[in-house]
Structures are given as C-alpha cells and as structure tokens.
Design a protein around this ligand. Structure first.
Ligand code: PXP
Length: 245
C-alpha cells in the first residue's frame, strides 16, 4: 500500500544513527547501511549535520554517503571555516547553515542572519560557486526572512521548534502555525525556496506539511526513535502517511 503523496519532500536526518554507533566506538549500526535503507524506503534526501565537535556524524561518514547515495545529500553546517572547507570538497547537493553551540543538546534556534550577514553572504557565495544550493536555518519571522533574502541564499529552512513545543496548547499552536504561514508567504515573495524542520513528529507534522509553499521537511529524532520499534523503512512509511494526513 502506498501512502498519499504529501506536498513536501521528506529529508531523513540520520545523525542519531551515528549517535548510537558512537556509543560503542565500533561500526554498529553502520551509517551507510541505514542511509541506503532510508533511500530505498523513499527518503527524498538524506540529511546530516557535521558538528564542529563531531559528536555524531564524522568526516568519513559524509564522504561515504556522498559516494554511495543516489538521492541528494543535505549537509547541515555551522558558520565555521573548517566545516566550509569540508563542504567545498564534499560538494553536497545542498548546504543548510545552522547556528551551533557546543553546550546545546540539539540546534536550539534559528541562525541570527542579521548579526552574521557578511559571513553568511560570503559562505553562500563560496558554496553556490561550487553548485551547492544554500539554505539558512532561521526562525519563522519576517525580519529573519528579509535578512536571509539579502544574503543571496537559495532558500531557508524554518525552525519548527516553537511550533512543536506549543503543540499541546491549542491557542499557542495556532499562533505558531500562523507565524509559519506568514513567514512562508514572505519568503516566497522574496523568491526563496522554503523548507522546515526540527521537533516534527508523527502527531504534529501534518499541519506543517499542509502549508502551501513548504517543499521539504527534514525530520530526524522522531523517525530514528520510531525505527527502533518498527524498523526504519516502516518508520519512514508511517511518517509519509502522517505528512499526508
Ligand atoms: N533541520 C535542522 C536544520 C536541524 O538542525 C535538525 C536537527 O539536527 C533537524 C532539521 C531535525 O530535527 P529533529 O531531529 O528534531 O527532527
């Protein structure tokens, strides 16, 4: 049985496969095996975040993925010269620039594009000169969208963490959805492509997938967690079903 096609593409973030592998220091589970299972299960792209502290994904992983995947590789990266040089060598299909703090458990908020506008523009130019499409991971607000558009990036990925946190509080959830819708409309007006992700799960994903103009969702934790119970291919199938609901 096929799930109804959702409006958005699904990028499967496999960082936490590497988290589990690193817990024992061997190659189990093998990241590439799981990436290929995700690809065969219909992931439209594979997303990884090579953090500066290499807490999950490592340098060799990204080159291995680039070599073996048929679907596009989406490379999340901080505004770091070291990581930029790796991206330029790797040449992933897309690079998504994210804020990064060593103490954080996960990416806590959107990039402050206004504060780092020159650096972001410089990174975008160098990456795009290599044919790598650049996306900026930002909060769904108009000032951030405007600042992102001025950098020459191809598009943005909206941080959906505030929406996900508000999910059980209906008025707040509606407000966060409105913010996402308004920010998406503004981004489209600027000619930006719009993606979204962070904190999306089987319960909260449908409303975001239904927003007109959002063409890609990147989802990691919920899918990898669910895969422990049902297997990665079934977890991806269930997510596609949830997106189309
Ligand atoms: N998008 C970006 C830019 C991220 O940094 C992350 C987290 O690594 C995700 C999406 C996926 O978030 P989650 O693991 O909560 O689905």
């Amino acid at each position: 049985m096929q799930a109804e096609p959702a409006a958005s593409k699904l990028g499967v973030n496999i960082d936490h496969v590497a988290t589990l592998r690193n817990a024992r220091g061997e190659n189990d589970p093998a990241l590439i095996e799981l990436a290929l299972i995700a690809q065969n299960a219909g992931a439209d792209l594979i997303t990884v975040h090579l953090r500066e502290d290499r807490r999950h994904i490592r340098d060799a992983d990204v080159f291995d993925l680039k070599k073996h995947l048929k679907v596009p590789l989406n490379f999340e990266m901080a505004l770091s010269e070291e990581i930029l040089n790796i991206a330029l060598k790797l040449e992933p299909s897309t690079a998504c620039i994210v804020p990064e703090r060593r103490e954080e458990i996960t990416t806590e908020g959107g990039l402050n594009v206004t504060q780092f506008s020159d650096t972001v523009a410089h990174f975008s130019e160098r990456l795009q000169a290599k044919g790598i499409e650049v996306f900026l991971f930002i909060e769904p607000d108009l000032a951030a969208v405007k600042a992102a558009a001025a950098t020459g990036a191809r598009g943005i990925e909206f941080h959906t963490g505030a929406y996900a946190r508000a999910f059980t509080h209906l008025p707040q959830r509606k407000l966060e959805l409105k913010r996402l819708e308004a920010a998406t409309a503004a981004a489209l007006d600027f000619g930006l492509e719009v993606h979204a992700g962070h904190g999306l799960n089987y319960f909260n994903v449908a409303a975001v997938a239904a927003i007109d103009g959002i063409t890609e969702l990147n989802i990691g934790h919920a899918i990898i967690a669910r895969s422990l119970a049902v297997g990665l291919d079934e977890a991806i199938f269930e997510m596609r079903t949830a997106m189309a609901r």
